[in-house]
Design a protein around this ligand. Structure first.
Ligand code: NIG
Ligand code: FE
Length: 412
């Protein structure tokens, strides 16, 4: 099956020589081709270039993209899409004055979602989660990382990871699974934290590793959740079971989570709303991708990741949604890209790089996703007719997407 896209107004994120990520000043450069064509063979980008170099080919399908911009699908490297129910009541409680922390301290927050998750049958969790996955596919997401972390029991965590596995089997979007048993201490272990960590290490991890249910391990390293010492113990155990770390760090406090992540060669450290100079310093010369989650900052009214300072210090940044029922009930990468520009003063070029190639890196997918490169997956967004790609962040509330192609298939 060959699909030919012609007369593309501008083709974005063109990388003839593949890169795994872009950092610092390189983030300002978004390579493009104006008046372009692109050829998809089966599910792969087979060729692309300027219209004047269009080769003679026979295509099964031709898409005329006159006036439209084409870019690689978004790569959302941090989500909690699999959950049960919602936390709409807590949202209203926050409007009425309670803080996210106060809600968590009285047994709401993550523990509220954990209770719902454990009470809901696996099939029902799958049905609820697939609606969210389909929603984000139509919003242009072609690869997504999904975490467990609302089970907090052996059965609950395994149940979540099985749902993630089933979503990966049933949908064309690439899905990476992360084990986040260390998301919070469950109530029955409140007075016995070592006991819960023992359960993670001796019960959950062996089962997950045996059944190949996750590739990454995550810990919520934060005051009131997991200390740096506990985070390191869990990361170490995860590594021994073959999982690579991705850490929730510096959401509310800078307590050393980034330093630990870098020390354990984490693939990414995520959130980073509160950053001290030494947190930026330690990320230099590391392979760890800093991931910002601006819709979480927006929804909770907490600081935005100081992206400008970080990029100006030479660091890369990836952007992700954090789609979850408590801190970010939205999986819209278009909104994330816009918010990064509007609130974090990232340029459109930096934001698009952060949401494509750097997002792919943050979930170990940069060889196959995140850019227009021959041999990569044919995961493409075709916009509606628009004036320029600046419009993507500028018109922040509009849906500018006309078509999404995932693995060569146009979404109906
Ligand atoms: O990334 N910060 C920790 N975990 C999630 C939110 C979890 C929740 O409130 O359900 C996050 O924001
Ligand atoms: Fe998160």
């Amino acid at each position: 099956m060959t699909t030919l896209i012609i007369n593309i107004k501008e083709l974005l994120q063109v990388r003839e020589t593949p890169v795994s990520k872009v950092a610092g000043a390189e983030m300002a450069i978004l390579p493009t081709i104006k008046n372009a064509f692109l050829i998809i063979k089966d599910n792969i980008i087979a060729d692309f270039g300027a219209m004047e170099n269009l080769p003679e080919i026979t295509a099964d399908k031709i898409i005329d993209a006159t006036g439209r911009i084409v870019l690689p699908c978004w790569c959302d490297s941090h989500t909690h899409i699999v959950y049960a129910g919602n936390r709409e009541q807590e949202f209203v409680d926050r409007i009425n004055g309670l803080t996210y922390e106060e809600i968590a301290n009285r047994g709401g927050g993550i523990l509220n979602s954990a209770k719902k998750l454990n009470e809901t049958p696996e099939k029902e969790i799958y049905e609820q989660s697939k609606i969210r996955l389909e929603e984000v596919m139509y919003l242009g997401t072609g690869a997504v990382e999904i975490k467990s972390g609302y089970g907090l029991t052996v059965e609950g965590e395994i149940k979540m990871l099985r749902v993630i596995k089933k979503l990966a089997e049933n949908y064309p979007v690439s899905i990476k699974a992360t084990f986040l048993g260390a998301h919070a201490f469950p109530p029955h272990y409140k007075e016995n934290k070592t006991g819960y960590i023992e359960e993670i290490v001796t019960k959950m991890l062996p089962e997950i590793s045996k059944n190949k249910l996750a590739e990454y391990i995550d810990v919520f390293c934060e005051n009131g959740y997991f200390s740096v010492e506990e985070t390191e113990k869990i990361m170490q155990a995860g590594i021994e079971f073959g999982l690579k770390p991705k850490i929730h760090a510096n959401q509310f406090n800078s307590i050393g989570g980034i330093q630990s992540g870098v020390k354990f060669n984490a693939l990414s450290v995520d959130h980073l709303e509160v950053m001290k100079p030494e947190d930026i310093e330690v990320l230099k010369d590391s392979e760890t991708m800093p991931v910002a989650l601006p819709s979480c900052s927006y929804f909770l009214s907490i600081p935005y990741t100081p992206a400008r300072k970080m990029i100006d210090a030479g660091l890369p940044i990836a952007l992700a949604t954090d789609y979850n029922p408590g801190s970010t009930p939205s999986g819209n990468m278009n909104f994330v890209v816009a918010t990064a520009c509007i609130k974090m003063k990232m340029t459109p070029e930096e934001s698009i790089n952060a949401a494509t190639i750097n997002g792919a890196y943050a979930m170990g997918l940069s060889e196959t996703h995140g850019s227009i490169t021959k041999g990569k997956k044919a995961n493409l967004i075709i916009t509606k007719p628009i004036s320029s790609y600046y419009k993507i962040p500028y018109a922040f509330g509009s849906n500018l997407i006309e078509n999404v192609i995932i693995e060569g298939e146009i979404l109906a």
